[in-house]
Design a protein around this ligand. Structure first.
Ligand code: GLN
Length: 463
């Protein structure tokens, strides 16, 4: 049995035509072997997988994901399994319920095979902030897979699993998807329930899928989206589909330090598109303000969301009789540097006297960013821009320079601030040091228009 690079349908056929237990015995052998170097998984959930296979016997074989393996970023709760969020503070934390997305995917017949690596609490762009180990890029093991959902992206990009879940607060699905040569969808904010997602920044967080096939990513999205009474921000989903005629390319992008090789690929792609579509230069004047705005809004929300890891309610607890010492030491030993940096920044921007100067200003800037995009969508149907300004970078290249790392997200964070959906897809490869490195770009649509993107890409020949 060959498990590499299977699609949803191919895997389903394999399970339908064989003894499912045999298939999964062998599949786990394959996974363990393939993941030795890549390190995309924090741990496998073999017992759960076989339990789900057992339950499959009584389920309808027509279910869309009947017997299909699913990898889950380790900040999404799967009942009875550990959920570490890539942090020491949750090393032994067991999830007591299923996230809504997990419930839905189980119902659709999915088999959860393991939890994937991530930057601690989803803070980072390379998966090097994981408290456990870094994941490698499947195309070049000296490079990062991107982050924070680097484990999920590498598992899909490396051909280990057809589909995986990630979360995107400022680019954590799209940037690693781009770095690993796969599709990564950041849905419209509130399109997918966040119930059971370990919160980073609640007004930006959204769960979304990775896949190597367009139809696979679309399928997963349609299963997980929709109103959930356990997440009051979710909506009764009214998908909108537009026929695409005009595509906008924000000119600011080209003044923001994009790698020439990415620019070249993008220009070639645009030249081809010009034959059938109107390509419009558009302006998003607020684009350069998105990153600073994000680092205020996000850190503010991080500082309040992470207050719950106090050494008492969850996970690691420093042993002492002194309450204050318990709080301080549990956080000191349990949390990593990047997480602490953001809690400090967030506490600062929310503090008395600075709240108006930073946080309130940032909320105003966010409004401008949102309005800029809305204006643009009066003129064009989709917006095309790079996912990241650079190719996948080397392990260790940016770990000592937080600002350089933050710049990875310069084109992804504006989309989260504006609540919009965007799909990162592979545009081609660039050769460096004898290795082919993937280049991702993103198509951004207006609110609730994920399907406009899917349909358009299919129409122009993507699969
Ligand atoms: N890389 C970005 C950050 O570090 C985005 C993280 C995310 O989307 N979870 O904040």
């Amino acid at each position: 049995m060959n498990f590499k690079n299977l699609t949803i349908q191919e895997f389903k056929n394999l399970v339908l035509n064989n003894n499912p237990f045999d298939v999964y015995e062998k599949y786990f052998e394959f996974l363990r072997e393939e993941d030795v170097d890549l390190k995309s998984f924090l741990f496998f959930t073999e017992d759960l997988a076989f339990k789900l296979l057992e339950e499959l016997k009584n389920k309808d074989k027509e279910l869309p994901l009947w017997g299909v393996p699913l990898a889950v970023k380790d900040n999404i709760l799967v009942k009875g399994e550990r959920c570490t969020a890539g942090s020491k503070i949750l090393e032994n934390y067991l999830a007591v319920y299923d996230a809504t997305v997990i419930e839905k995917l189980k119902e659709a017949g999915a088999i959860i095979i393991g939890k994937t690596n991530l930057d601690e609490f989803a803070m980072g762009s390379s998966t090097e902030n994981s408290a456990y180990f870094p994941t490698l890029n499947p195309f070049d093991h000296t490079r990062v897979p991107g982050g924070s959902s680097g484990g999920s992206a590498a598992a899909v990009g490396g051909g280990l699993v057809p589909i995986a879940l990630g979360s995107d607060t400022g680019g954590s699905i799209r940037q690693p998807a781009g770095f690993c040569g796969v599709y990564g969808l950041k849905p419209t904010y509130s399109a997918v329930s966040r119930y059971g997602l370990i919160a980073m920044a609640s007004s930006l967080d959204v769960i979304g899928p990775f896949a190597r096939k367009l139809e696979d990513i679309e399928l997963i999205f349609k299963i997980i989206r929709g109103r959930d009474e356990k997440d009051s921000t979710t909506q009764n989903y009214q998908p909108k589909i537009k026929e695409v005629k005009k595509i906008g390319v924000p000119q600011e992008v080209f003044e923001m330090g994009v790698d020439e090789r990415i620019k070249n690929l993008l220009e070639k792609f645009l030249d081809n598109l010009k034959i059938n579509y109107e390509i419009k230069k558009i302006s998003l004047p607020s684009l350069p303000y998105a990153l600073p705005t994000y680092y205020i809004v996000m850190t503010a929300e991080v500082s309040s969301n992470l207050a719950r890891y106090d050494g008492i309610r969850y996970g690691f607890s420093y042993k002492t009789q002194d309450l204050w010492e318990k709080y301080f030491k549990s956080r000191e030993y349990g949390l990593g540097d990047e997480v602490k940096r953001r809690i400090l920044l967030g506490t600062f921007v929310l503090s008395y006297g600075y709240y108006d100067a930073y946080y309130k200003q940032a909320l105003k800037a966010r409004r401008f960013i949102f309005e800029d995009f809305q204006k643009a969508f009066n003129e064009v149907d989709l917006i095309l821009m790079p996912t990241s300004p650079t190719l996948p970078f080397k392990l260790g290249e940016k770990t000592e320079d937080p600002l350089a790392m933050y710049l990875s997200d310069i084109f992804t964070v504006p989309i989260n601030l504006a609540y919009l959906p965007a799909l990162s897809f592979n545009l081609g490869f660039v050769e460096e040091e004898g290795k082919k490195l993937p280049v991702g770009v993103q198509l951004v649509a207006n609110l609730f228009e994920e399907e406009t993107i899917f349909n358009f890409l299919r129409k122009i020949g993507f699969e």
